[in-house]
Design a protein around this ligand. Sequence first.
Ligand SMILES: Cc1ncc(COP(=O)(O)O)c(C=O)c1O
Length: 397
Amino acid sequence: MVTLSASVSSLAQPALLPDFDRPSGLPVFQSVKEAIATYEGETAIHVLYPRTIARAAATFLDGFPGKVLYAVKANPHPAILRVLASSGIRDFDIASIREIDLVRSTVPGAVLYLMHPVKSRRTVRYAYAAGVRHMAFDCLDELSKIFEETDGAGDLTLHLRLAVPNGHAAMPLAGKFGATFEDAVTCLQKARPACARLGVSFHVGSQCMDVADYRQTLAYVRKLIDQAGVAIDSIDCGGGFPVTYPGMTPPPLTTYFSTIKAALRSYGFEKLEILGEPGRALCAEGGSTLTRVELRKGQDLYLNDGGYGSLYDAARFEWNFPAHRVGDPAGTANNSAEFRLFGPTCDASDVIAKPFRLPADIQEGDWIEIGHLGAYGQALSTNFNGFQSDTTVAVMA
Ligand SMILES: Cc1ncc(COP(=O)(O)O)c(C=O)c1O
């Protein structure tokens, strides 16, 4: 049995020890209760469920009609990268020099796609020298930058990021990146003669609740390609694939895959290389946070994790996540009450104002597991006030 301390996640060569999960390299427990029983730290605990992540990878690899890239931003923990790699994912969407180094050192042989539409010159040079041959752009100035920093982009696959509506995304991403229709025509015409391969990419927004958005975007791509009069080699359908949260039940992923497949056929794209860049849907359900109640004041709970930790989306966007008190037998949620949650920092805005339902008798010292935080939970945690957790465990449920 491993005794958890705050530094346990940095132990060397963990895969060789019997108490560590081999693919993830994390200390392994059979339940979150077991992990808490051995924990000596003060901060929250991040939990990864390697089997759930492996299942999500298999769902995409079996069903998505193209190559599956993991969007590293969703959760860059090396354990996630290892589990995804051991499940068959070899392609990674990265945005920064640190993400390049992270994936290179964690998944030897991985193929990297620098899909951030706006990069520093140094990032372009660094990526090129590190063997990255896929880059995104969304305007002529960024295209020139790539030409200048890569000796003309002659051996690159360039992906033109399009501005598309994010109408049914619970977390819209529109308005920052993407070429308009007219600019996209010009960009495609300028890029085509210079690069080895040319594609378009789009993002319908994260947690896209309506499959029709992908179909409509592919219809738009058809119009754009016809207008530009240039051949393209690939279409990157981006991320946006949803998971279930309280109050948000999307159609099954298989419906997204079959809709995209049918649209690719009906718009004449079957011969192109198709890519997808899921982040959330690969790791959200495979991660949770264990947070302890430090104080109860009426219906307010003061926790050791909050809006500057893995509950950023709960604090900022009032998202709800599945939550239960650790140790409660399944199906005992009847006697529950609504609680406002406060994070551990001194900032008064560190509050999750939209209530969570928890047992009415919850008290100091109880642990709460907040689920579906494997994406954009751990990744968005900060060390504000010294409360960042550096403890991550694997639970083999
Ligand atoms: C370029 C790009 N690809 C993929 C993703 C992942 O999106 P999601 O987590 O919604 O699947 C994002 C999210 O911001 C992104 O910006």
